[in-house]
Structure formats: structure tokens, C-alpha cells
Design a protein around this ligand. Structure first.
Ligand SMILES: Cc1ncc(COP(=O)(O)O)c(C=O)c1O
Length: 394
């Protein structure tokens, strides 16, 4: 078959990313409110935006910058990593968001045909990054049925029995799609298992500041660990596209390899966005935690809305901006339910099947103000009551 035939086949076989499907669904459903996308409702700090406005005429803003990021931003991030995350031996590369950071890492650390490990329910973009970069054997481990914590006993067995040893294990902490927080002892155990097996551990800390009920986010550091962070949610900078990789400085060649990938994808993260990130960092994490504190109200509103699903159906929500809910047993085809909720009840949520767990829903509670969350939650509640009582009536 010619190369164009190959391309056509791949395009046909490849399923649309879930967020693209959701955007289409929301466009097609009249006035649907979204509890689907993982976003926050706030904008970046005003003082940071005001400063950035003054920069647009600077010639350096329109040029390429250093591949690894603005030196002053990297310096500030190194300080932040030491102070807040207790990461003292890490180098920093700034990326166009945490998703690009993850792709960089998969391209750097994995080869086609490798096996890798993640846990269900998983972050769909991480899964797709593995798929599109040629990793063929994606081992999906279970979460604890109650806490949804990654099953470390399963990991121990899998790492010892899979030959060749999986190249990389990845976790999101706190999690997307469940909002489950991985407590420090479990994170350390996962890290030790990876170290003993000789595989990488990649931790996505996108929601580091999004912790509720007195829980505290922690990081682990080691020469087998790479941590990913993002400005998107914390500082309301989704569209500015800034994230970063904290990788072990002592591992020879890792930085060079990451730079090779970086130079071929974004070259550098947007320069003006990096300045906004720096100004936002100067405003400080209290600005973020103040906003996160208020999200508890949204979380409660959504939990209440999910009550028709019954006791024990709702899990997660310890951190991040997500709740995870089990549909009644007969609704394994969760996309059908999601589509019905959007068209009939005007509210969009994510189907659990996109995260490896059909029959579930992911509900995001950070994207709307409290009043709008109430309005969206009312629709969700009405829809779920009807679903449970009468099924999906048109
Ligand atoms: C776990 C996780 N990682 C990465 C991202 C993407 O972040 P960014 O906008 O920095 O690419 C998201 C966004 O939803 C996420 O939930």
C-alpha cells in the first residue's frame, strides 16, 4: 500500500480525542452548560496581566527564546521547586503546557514497542501520548475500589513479572479524572518500586495547589523521577500554554535529549506567556490557594447534584477539580448517557470510558462560578433523577 493509503487508514482508525468530541457535542446541544472541561473560571492575576501588556512592543517578545525557557523564569521556578515542592536536585525546562511536557518525556524516555504503566481511571491525554508515540503495550493497573489509589501491590507484581521491564510508570497527583490524592507514603512506595525495577516514574502535579480538607500535596525526588507542573489551572492561564518539567540534574544526557525534542516541537514556549508566568509567580501561591478554597462550595453543589446515583456512587474530589461517579450498572455505554444529558438536559460531563472505565462520569467543578455551577448542577440533578427513574427518555 502506498504511503497515502497508510495515512488514510490511520486517520480512519484513530478515534477523535475525547475533548474534541466533547466540543462537538457541546456545540450541537443548544445552550449546554459545561461541567466537562478541566478548567478554572478565573483569569490570571490582574497585576501580572497589566505588566505583560506593557511588554508587547519589546523586540525580544517576538523572537525565539532559549529552548529551555526564559532564564529569569527558570531561576524563579527553581526557587519555587525548592521552597514549595522540596525538589532540590532538579533542573527545569519550560514547555507549552503540561501536556507538551508529557509528550516531550514520552518521546525522550520511551521507544516504540516499549511497555509503560498507568492506573485506571487514567488521564486520557497521557494515554493518547503513549499511543501516538508508538508505545504499544500500555499496562493499565487498577485503583483501590474505595479510594481509587493506584494499587501498589499490582505494580510490584507487574514490574517484577513484565519482561523487558516497563520503561515508565506515570501517575497524576491529585488525579485527573478522579480528583484522588496519592498520600505521601504511597507515593514513596511507588517511587521505590520504580527505582528497584529500573524504570522511570513521571508524576503530573498539574493540580498541586488544588487540595481540600486540610490535605497537603507532596513531591518525591530521585534520579528516576520526573515531575511535571502547569500554570494553566493555578493561575487561570489555560490559553497561555505554560508548564514545566523538573528533571533530575544528575542524569547525564537527559537534559540534552529533552532539548532535542523541545527544539522540534515548540522550539520554546511562547515568550510573552513565559513573562506572564513569571509575573504570576511573583504574585505568589496564596493568590491561587485563596481561589481554590472557594471551589469547595462548587464541589459540594456538584456532590449534591449527583445524589440520585445513590450512596457510594461518588468518589474522589480530595483534590484537583473533579468528581468521579458510577452510573447504574445498565449504563456501560456512558457516552450515550453523556450525549443524552447534553441534548436533553443541557449539561455536559465526560464519559468514564475515555479514562478506561466505562459506566462512569467525570464531573469538573472548577470551570464555572458558584452561581453558574448551581445552574449546571440543577440540570445534572434533573437529568440523573430522570435517568435513574425512567431511563433515557427522549
Ligand atoms: C493531569 C493534567 N495534566 C495536564 C493537563 C494539561 O495542562 P496544560 O494546560 O498545562 O497542558 C491537564 C489539563 O486538564 C491535566 O488535567
Amino acid at each position: 500500500m502506498g504511503s497515502s493509503g497508510m495515512l488514510a487508514r490511520r486517520v480512519v482508525e484513530t478515534e477523535m480525542p475525547i475533548m474534541v468530541k466533547m466540543q462537538e457535542l457541546i456545540r450541537g446541544a443548544k445552550n449546554a452548560m459545561s461541567l466537562a472541561q478541566g478548567v478554572v473560571y478565573w483569569q490570571p492575576p490582574k497585576q501580572a496581566l497589566d505588566k505583560v501588556k506593557e511588554l508587547v512592543w519589546e523586540p525580544s517578545i517576538s523572537r525565539y527564546g532559549l529552548d529551555e525557557g526564559l532564564p529569569q523564569l527558570r531561576e524563579a521556578l527553581k526557587k519555587k521547586l525548592c521552597l514549595e515542592n522540596k525538589l532540590h536536585k532538579s533542573s527545569v525546562m519550560v514547555t507549552a503546557g503540561a501536556n507538551q511536557a508529557f509528550v516531550n518525556l514520552v518521546l525522550t524516555l520511551c521507544d516504540a514497542g516499549d511497555s509503560v504503566v498507568m492506573f485506571a481511571p487514567y488521564y486520557f491525554n497521557a494515554y493518547m501520548s503513549f499511543q501516538m508515540t508508538g508505545v504499544t503495550n500500555i499496562l493499565v493497573g487498577p485503583g483501590d475500589p474505595t479510594t481509587l489509589h493506584p494499587d501498589a501491590d499490582w505494580l510490584e507484581k507487574t514490574l517484577s513479572e513484565t519482561k523487558p521491564v516497563p520503561k515508565l510508570v506515570t501517575v497524576v497527583n491529585p488525579g485527573n479524572p478522579s480528583g484522588t490524592f496519592i498520600p505521601d507514603p504511597l507515593l514513596k512506595r511507588i517511587s521505590d518500586l520504580c527505582q528497584d525495577a529500573g524504570c522511570w516514574l513521571v508524576i503530573d502535579n498539574t493540580y498541586e495547589y488544588f487540595m481540600y480538607d486540610g490535605r497537603k500535596h507532596t513531591c518525591v525526588e530521585g534520579n528516576h523521577i520526573v515531575n511535571i507542573f502547569s500554570f494553566s489551572k493555578a493561575y487561570g492561564m489555560m490559553g497561555w500554554r505554560v508548564g514545566y518539567i523538573a528533571y533530575p540534574s544528575e542524569v547525564e544526557g537527559l537534559g540534552a535529549q529533552l532539548l532535542k525534542v523541545q527544539d522540534n516541537i515548540p522550539i520554546c514556549a511562547s515568550i510573552i506567556s513565559q513573562h506572564l508566568a513569571l509575573y504570576s509567580l511573583e504574585v505568589g501561591p496564596e493568590w491561587v490557594t485563596e481561589r481554590v478554597r472557594d471551589l469547595v462550595k462548587n464541589r459540594e453543589i456538584v456532590i449534591e447534584a449527583l445524589s440520585p446515583l445513590g450512596e457510594g456512587a461518588v468518589q474522589g474530589g480530595e483534590g484537583a477539580i473533579y468528581l468521579w461517579a458510577k452510573l447504574p450498572d445498565q449504563y456501560v455505554d456512558d457516552f450515550k448517557v453523556v450525549s443524552w444529558l447534553a441534548h436533553k438536559h443541557g449539561v455536559a460531563v465526560i464519559p468514564g470510558g475515555a479514562c478506561g472505565c466505562p459506566g462512569h462520569l467525570r464531573i469538573a467543578f472548577g470551570g464555572l462560578t458558584e452561581d453558574d455551577t448551581k445552574a449546571a448542577a440543577e440540570r445534572l440533578n434533573r437529568g440523573l433523577e430522570e435517568l435513574v427513574k425512567d431511563g433515557m427518555l427522549e
